[in-house]
Design a protein around this ligand. Structure first.
Ligand code: NDP
Length: 582
């Protein structure tokens, strides 16, 4: 579809029609900024986007052709005229980007009052309409939502203003047991990383009270500090390389969508090649990682404490709408939760970077070091369970980085501030606890029959299918609710403009199908360790607790956001994580 009167320029403040990115739909919008032929516009439902001039058209174009349309209505409609619908008509007949189209023009008159209260029903017709939209809005038979007056059930959209304090300051919820709970988390979680790693060693791996190494050198080593810092800087360098696509995040707190460079998969590949080249050509001793294990843990923990302190101080002077919540009055709680949503230096986003790069790629790198060590030692080689678990975990991480932009619709990016909880989790907890099964298999090689290995591989694949399928489905839906690939899915409206909730497909099975898949995967990582020790099962056990708690937190956040609509959704999709069980 071509834009009407492409050459026309628009001034800041002009009301225009703008094309919704990724679709052929046109909506009313206001020009906020014009730079180098690209316009930042705010759609009526609040979303801001930067789009090119050719995707903007003056309102007058639409008004003019709208008149001609009404004139033409009095005449008979020839098929030819229908197929040459004007852009104005296209825009006027488009549904809001905030809503999926409801069934037909029949419902126009009654839809005002029904707008937010009733979930839409999937019909063949609605699927067909959604599909039609990709061919051009002129074929859509529905009045645009934005042109309706807001109904009592659907409050008017407040227009967000960037860089100004938001009206209602976000308030700290008392999560994790408030300041006391936060204090225990800050102390006990790092202690857990040490204790589990000290309990599971080459000598033994049991739940018995370990003999704790007492010398400082057991915990601190300058070489480990160099390795840790070198790795972090290396990942920063890879992340800022101008390769990989730049993706828009979700609109958060009325701010303009942030841009994220997604080159994580390239960073993973480069990192693995660097390890291989380092060992093959520069004789880098990869077993150092195993030798300096506790010292590397200390480096990661100290580093995450320092980074969290910097973030805590930084958040004190951040603008209110850049914060997840206003200062709670308790430094420990704020330090733990993290207040700033998207701490950035220029375009470098610390949270986005830490979530997927140093820790996650570090975890795979650690596994590769273990594999290289096992291969070098020759004893117990080929260690199939070790190869298998390293393969599963590589697949998990490679997939996360391949679908890197999917993280932009997750809780961590949208809701959580960046504080010690995420910092420590990303940089210390993940690499040094998630690699427990590979380290166990390196130190205690297992031999399993082929059928057991095959069954575990199948389990991993089933988990992966659920995990990836559900995460991709939600991500696609959040990015573009009109995606034709999702036209068969049913969704229900909410009180938040632009946000509907999926109630079919993976998201009709339970409220967190992605957690279910993740849990199955976690179990598949532990089963190759056999049953001689419970410690390699630490991950699926802890992960189950984490995800149940996370589901409860998400539930509370969504109830706050969506109100009665969330209750309605919960009635519709009854189970939390495991269908028919929980
Ligand atoms: P989700 O990706 O499920 O995100 C939750 C958000 O999704 C909600 O707040 C809501 O946000 C939106 N949402 C919920 N239900 C629906 C629906 N029916 N339709 C559309 N949108 C919906 O959760 P997480 O961020 O916790 O997890 C992401 C992934 O990361 C999961 O696979 C999880 O297993 C994994 N994970 C892994 C961890 C690990 O250590 N290995 C740790 C934590 C998570 P909104 O409506 O505002 O868009």
């Amino acid at each position: 579809m071509s834009s009407p009167q492409k050459s026309r320029l628009h001034d800041v403040g002009d009301e225009v029609y703008a094309k919704w990115p990724g679709s052929n739909l046109w909506f009313r919008a206001k020009v906020l900024n014009n730079k180098d032929g690209r316009y930042t516009v705010r759609y009526m439902e609040g979303t801001e986007e930067t789009i090119s001039q050719k995707h903007i058209s003056a309102m007058s174009n639409f008004t003019r052709s709208s008149r001609s349309r009404s004139r033409s209505r009095s005449r008979g409609r020839s098929p030819g005229r229908k197929s040459k619908a004007s852009p104005s008509r296209k825009a006027k007949q488009s549904p809001s980007p905030a809503r999926k189209p409801r069934s037909s023009s029949k419902s126009r008159s009654s839809s005002k009052t029904r707008a937010a209260a009733t979930p839409s029903t999937p019909t063949r017709q609605s699927a067909r309409l959604a599909e039609k939209q990709t061919n051009g809005p002129e074929e859509v038979e529905k009045k645009p939502e934005m042109e309706r007056k807001p109904s009592p059930a659907r409050p008017a959209v407040a227009t967000p203003v960037a860089d100004k304090p938001v009206a209602d300051k976000p308030v700290a919820d008392s999560e994790f047991g408030g300041p006391v709970g936060a204090f225990f988390c800050i102390v006990l979680l790092p202690a857990t990383v040490y204790v589990i790693n000290i309990m599971c060693t080459e000598k033994s791996c049991t739940l018995a009270i370990p003999s704790i190494p007492k010398k400082l050198s057991n915990y601190f080593d300058s070489k480990a500090v160099m390795i840790g810092l070198g790795w972090f800087v290396f990942q920063v360098v890879l992340a800022v390389l101008p390769v990989g696509k730049v993706v828009s995040g979700q609109p958060v707190k009325g701010l303009q969508r942030l841009q994220y460079r997604c080159n994580g998969f390239i960073a993973l590949m480069v990192s693995l090649v660097a390890l291989g080249v380092g060992q093959a050509y520069f004789k880098v001793d990869l077993s150092t990682v195993h030798t300096l294990w506790l010292q590397l843990i200390t480096t990661a923990i100290v580093f995450s404490v320092v980074l969290s302190l910097v973030l805590y101080i930084r958040a004190r002077s951040a603008k209110p709408n850049a914060l997840a919540f206003a200062a709670s009055g308790n430094a420990i709680y704020d330090f733990w939760m993290g207040r700033e949503l998207n701490p950035r230096i220029g375009s470098f986003d610390w949270k986005f970077f830490c979530e997927l790069r140093p820790g996650l790629i570090g975890w795979v790198a650690i596994n590769m070091c273990f594999l290289a060590e096992a291969y070098g030692s020759k004893s117990g080689w080929p260690n199939y369970p070790l190869i298998m678990v390293c393969g599963f975990q590589l697949l998990y991480v490679a997939d996360a980085l391949w679908s890197e932009e999917a993280i932009l619709t997750t809780m961590d990016i949208i809701h959580e501030g960046f504080g010690f909880m995420l910092c420590f989790g990303d940089l210390a907890w993940v690499p040094f606890l998630y690699s427990l099964q590979p380290r166990f298999l390196l130190e205690h090689p297992q031999s399993l029959p082929w059928w057991a290995l095959s069954a575990v591989a199948l389990l991993n694949m089933i988990g992966f299918l659920i995990f990836r399928g559900s995460n991709s489905q939600k991500n696609m839906f959040r990015k573009n609710p009109y995606d034709p690939a999702l036209a068969h899915l049913e969704s229900m409206p909410t009180n938040v403009p632009g946000k509907r909730l999926l109630v079919s497909g993976w998201w009709g099975l339970c409220r967190h199908p992605n957690y279910l898949g993740d849990l199955i995967i976690g179990l598949a990582w532990s089963l190759p360790c056999g049953f001689s020790s419970l410690l390699p099962y630490f991950y699926p056990i802890y992960f189950f607790i984490l995800l149940v708690h996370r589901a409860m937190r998400d539930d509370a956040m969504c109830r706050k956001k969506y109100g009665a609509h969330w209750d309605h959704y919960c009635e519709r999709v009854k189970y939390v994580i495991i269908p028919y069980v929980y």
